[in-house]
Design a protein. Structure first.
Length: 446
């Protein structure tokens, strides 16, 4: 009898939830907005499309079929509108991050990326923004050059032996070692023999898949994370592995820092963790050990993957567009002949090379590192977006791929053509629009 009662209650709860979904779909003030039929009632359509791994292309096709506003799940609306970029993600926006971001953190742990508290997030960014400023990043060039030299030697070895290689994999090795050098003052060791050091790549891949998917059903994250963290095959287990790795690196860094006879080898440039430790020692209430861990972990998880993807798309497009590669080589040779390029091209020198800059920009437009709408919650009072009023609590977002393939902003958007950026320089208003719709890593992830 007891079992029958529990079963009856479960059936009743499911039935009530189903009826509530139907009621919301029928009486929502946004019920006229188009999209896949099942997306009116359930997240399953969106979940399944994301699971397949090609949602960026699905998202573009949805907007081609339905227009600038498309429903992809109940109360979730993908937007393709220039004005929406400023409204949703602009400076001073009151659109908080949605519950999807909860899947990108430990359920009991605060992180910068996943922080949904606008005030706290802004305060944290302000507190640490100096570490990511251009003037600070330029100081890390020695770390990058150190990895680039080793990377080029590895590539030269393959060329001498006339062996094929997976360039995408080696870009990932390079990116991991650059992040290790910048963050901890030492390479992780990926470039040594091209292997997945300590299973970091595999762990990161699991984290990215888990966080992306569980964020669609964020209420399940606190229930799943604890049990799954005990299994290495899971995304939760991958996060535990990465966290342990970062904590060990911080501990070793602290020990080396406190060594009365520090080693004299290695680069003299101050690394990211060292700067944080100095700030912590100066004001331990403002910068805590937890801040140090969270920021270091964020560098490792976010920096390596996006860097590798960006390098891969640049190389892929150059190899598939030989005329563009020829023009770029000509510019590099010309600048070298004029003495404007060092043996190891500096960041400052690269900024003065116009064709190089637009090649990078166009490649990242064609293949951004992020492929989902970065969801935001409409604040109290609602908001006008793309000619429609969205009630408070609605979830809206712009997919970088949708923005980058908008034909009004980027005519013939599916064609890789760096010259479009140079041509737009004669039309400041047009160039301004292109730059506003250009979100290579996505302003929404910050």
């Amino acid at each position: 009898m007891h079992t029958h009662t529990l079963l009856l209650i479960l059936i009743l709860v499911v039935a009530l939830q189903f009826l509530f979904c139907i009621w919301k779909a029928l009486f929502s003030p946004l019920r006229s907005l188009p999209g896949p039929f099942s997306a009116r009632f359930t997240n399953l359509w969106y979940f399944n499309r994301v699971r397949r791994g090609q949602f960026e292309h699905d998202n573009i096709r949805l907007h081609e079929e339905y227009g600038p506003v498309v429903r992809v799940a109940p109360d979730h609306y993908s937007i393709s509108d220039l004005s929406a970029v400023r409204t949703v993600y602009g400076t001073g926006s009151r659109f908080a991050k949605s519950a999807w971001y909860d899947g990108w953190k430990h359920p009991a742990q605060w992180t910068v990326f996943a922080d949904r508290n606008i005030k706290r997030h802004a305060d944290t960014r302000k507190r640490f923004t100096g570490l990511y400023s251009m003037s600070s990043l330029v100081h890390y060039e020695a770390f990058v050059d150190d990895c680039a030299d080793l990377f080029l030697k590895k590539l030269a070895g393959y060329a001498d032996r006339e062996e094929p290689l997976n360039l995408g994999h080696w870009f990932q090795c390079y990116a991991f070692d650059v992040i290790g050098n910048i963050t901890f003052g030492g390479r992780f060791g990926f470039l040594g023999d091209g292997r997945d050091t300590d299973g970091m790549m595999a762990a990161l891949g699991k984290v990215l898949r888990y966080s992306t998917m569980v964020g669609i059903y964020p209420e399940w994250h606190p229930r799943l994370f604890g049990p799954l963290s005990h299994f290495n095959w899971s995304g939760a287990g991958g996060r535990a592995h990465l966290s342990s790795f970062v904590r060990d690196k911080i501990r070793l860094h602290e020990e080396k820092r406190n060594d009365p006879e520090p080693a004299t080898d290695g680069l003299k440039t101050q690394d990211f963790v060292e700067k944080l430790m100095i700030a912590r020692d100066k004001d331990p209430e403002k910068v805590t050990d937890n801040h140090l861990f969270i920021m270091a972990l964020s560098n490792v998880t976010a920096g390596s993957d996006t860097t590798a993807i960006s390098l891969s798309t640049i190389a892929w497009h150059l190899l598939h567009y030989p005329e563009t590669l020829k023009k770029l080589r000509w510019e590099i040779e010309d600048f070298t002949a004029q003495g404007k390029c060092s043996a190891e091209v500096t960041f400052k020198e690269s900024q003065d090379m116009p064709y190089l800059q637009v090649v990078i920009k166009e490649a990242l437009r064609m293949h951004s590192a992020t492929g989902l709408p970065m969801w935001r919650v409409v604040p109290d009072g609602g908001a006008e977006i793309s000619g429609r009023h969205f009630p408070a609590g609605s979830v809206v977002g712009i997919n970088t791929w949708v923005a980058h393939y908008d034909e009004k902003t980027f005519p013939d958007a599916k064609t890789f053509r760096p010259e479009r950026w140079l041509e737009a320089e004669s039309d400041p208003e047009r160039l301004k629009e292109m730059n506003q719709m250009y979100m290579p890593v996505s302003v929404a992830t910050l």
